[in-house]
Design a protein around this ligand. Structure first.
Ligand code: NAP
Length: 311
């Protein structure tokens, strides 16, 4: 069993490799995704020691939480998994709006609990900030849920650094989730120092830059899904990113591992990061990403990777 790492200052201890599940039942993000394949990859994750499952109401919407609830229920050991979910968005006339008002957050948590078929959520995030609610008031609602035993730890995602500081005025925030990967390292300056100072764990999303950093694409690749509009995948930037990936491949080959393992292992050398949640479309990818735990990067390798992708 992998060493369990404390998430921020919470009482949650997790395998440093978690699982991102936006493609499990996330039909609004990945049209046509097969639910059985999704459930199987979650089962595989749990059977192989992954315990942090990252989902959200927005994925589906609601369907990802339902599928995870089913898999956890059939496994019969609720306390072996750490379920992280996110509330805040609401869909009105097909449009996604944000609402962080305490009453809305509390209502949404009740619905998430039902979809997940559980009576507590280990880590609850506010998924995105709204325009109106004072951030400390929104977090106050989560603190109340924690005091009632409905959630165990408090997270926020996609808040600006100033919004994060306001949200954490009373020191209640355990985890921050934000975009970060070797191709987008802005968080290192914008968030990491505050995380370390305040014992908040930074969980990066898009750690593999939606597959680009897994080392499987060539310059002639074309994309028909949301990747077609992501900056990493555009024209000259895409070609340059692939050149950088090839330089990582030299390090990976010398160690007898794959590009994805080196990339994921590098994140775990960052002081602000305790755990990562790479997403997956198939069980094989989950098993493959777990191999990261066997990769030890030397200081020279850590610095070499740093300079390939310097900020
Ligand atoms: P990601 O982790 O950067 O990329 C995951 C994708 O990379 C997989 O779906 C798969 O896509 C490919 N992949 C994964 N492992 C691989 C391997 N070993 N070899 C080759 N390809 C591999 O992106 P993400 O899943 O969008 O982000 C991670 C998680 O963060 C999400 O699942 C979600 O839980 C969370 N998230 C949160 C927010 C937020 O606002 N808080 C936003 C985005 C995501 P293909 O097979 O299609 O290439």
């Amino acid at each position: 069993m992998a060493k369990q790492i404390q998430l921020g200052k919470s009482d949650l201890y997790v395998n440093p490799i978690g699982l991102g599940t936006n493609a499990v039942g996330g039909h609004n993000l990945f049209p046509g995704s097969d639910e059985e394949v999704g459930k199987q990859l979650v089962r595989t994750a749990i059977e192989n020691g992954i315990n942090l499952l990252d989902t959200a109401f927005m994925y589906g919407p609601g369907r990802s939480e339902e599928l995870i609830g089913e898999v956890v229920k059939e496994g019969g050991k609720r306390s072996d998994v750490v379920i992280a979910t996110k509330v805040g968005p609401k869909f009105v006339d097909g449009k996604m709006l944000m609402d962080n008002s305490p009453a809305f957050l509390q209502e949404e948590v009740e619905k998430s609990l039902q979809r997940l078929q559980t009576d507590y959520i280990d880590l609850l995030y506010i998924h995105y900030p709204d325009q109106d609610t004072p951030k400390d008031e929104a977090i106050g609602a989560l603190k109340q849920l924690k005091d009632e035993g409905k959630i165990r730890a408090i997270g926020i995602s996609n808040f600006s650094p100033d919004q994060l500081k306001e949200a954490n005025k009373d020191g209640y925030v355990d985890v921050f989730q934000g975009e970060y990967n070797l191709l987008n390292r802005k968080a290192e300056q914008a968030y990491f120092p505050y995380m370390i100072e305040n014992k908040i764990s930074f969980i990066p999303y898009f750690p593999l830059a939606s597959g680009l950093l897994a080392g499987k694409y060539t310059k002639d690749a074309t994309f028909k899904d949301f990747r077609a509009s992501l900056p990493y995948f555009q024209g000259e930037a895409f070609a340059q990113n692939l050149d950088k990936v090839e330089r990582i491949r030299l390090i990976a080959d010398a160690k007898g591992v794959e590009v994805a393992h080196v990339v994921l292992a590098w994140y775990l050398t960052r002081e602000a990061i305790d755990v990562i949640i790479p997403g997956a479309k198939r069980a094989e990818q989950v098993l493959n990403n777990l191999k990261t735990l066997n990769v030890q990067l030397t200081n020279e390798e850590i610095q070499a990777i740093d300079s390939i992708f310097h900020v």
